[in-house]
Design a binder for this molecule. Structure first.
Ligand code: HEC
Length: 130
């Protein structure tokens, strides 16, 4: 009788610990996949935030604004961050500006409500384009 009881206890402990392990594991998987889902990459943000409608990178995108394929060789990281959040700090809104020998109407929208992490990811990506 005593032996049976011990076995039961042993198995219930084993099952409990397995359940615990399984739930810890699945929590980990959940955390991992949600991080993956929310941490969009620079190129993804460039599309999803609409930059691509006005800017071309490597042959893809619009031409309302300057081509950004090599923007990192001309602009610093902090300059690019400022440009994304408040373009008016660099170019008077509505004026005609010349960038890389081409004329543009300065109409880039500001992105004051863009989460800082997105601004940082986008700026780091653009700065890497040499
Ligand atoms: C409606 C069109 C439009 C959209 C959308 C737009 N831009 Fe612009 N962008 C421009 C124009 C026009 C300029 C020229 C200067 C200005 O308007 O401030 C510019 C300038 C820039 C520059 C400076 C380039 C250089 O060589 O000096 C960067 C960097 C830039 N944009 C990044 C972005 C990013 C990143 C996004 C998306 C979050 C974005 N732009 C969205 C039109 C746009």
């Amino acid at each position: 009788m005593g032996g049976k009881f011990k076995m039961k206890k042993f198995f219930s402990k084993l099952i409990k610990s397995k359940i615990l392990t399984a739930s810890v594991l699945s929590l980990g998987v959940l955390a991992f996949t949600s991080t993956m889902a929310f941490a969009a990459t620079g190129p993804q943000l460039f599309s999803s935030d609409g930059c691509i409608a006005c800017h071309t990178i490597n042959g893809k995108g619009g031409s309302v604004g300057p081509n950004l394929s090599h923007v990192g060789s001309q602009r610093s990281l902090s300059w690019i961050k400022t440009q994304i959040v408040t373009p008016g700090a660099h170019f008077a809104s509505g004026s005609t500006v010349t960038i890389n020998g081409k004329s543009f109407m300065a109409i880039m929208p500001n992105h004051k409500s863009m989460p800082k992490s997105q601004v940082n990811t986008l700026a780091a990506y653009l700065e890497s384009l040499k």
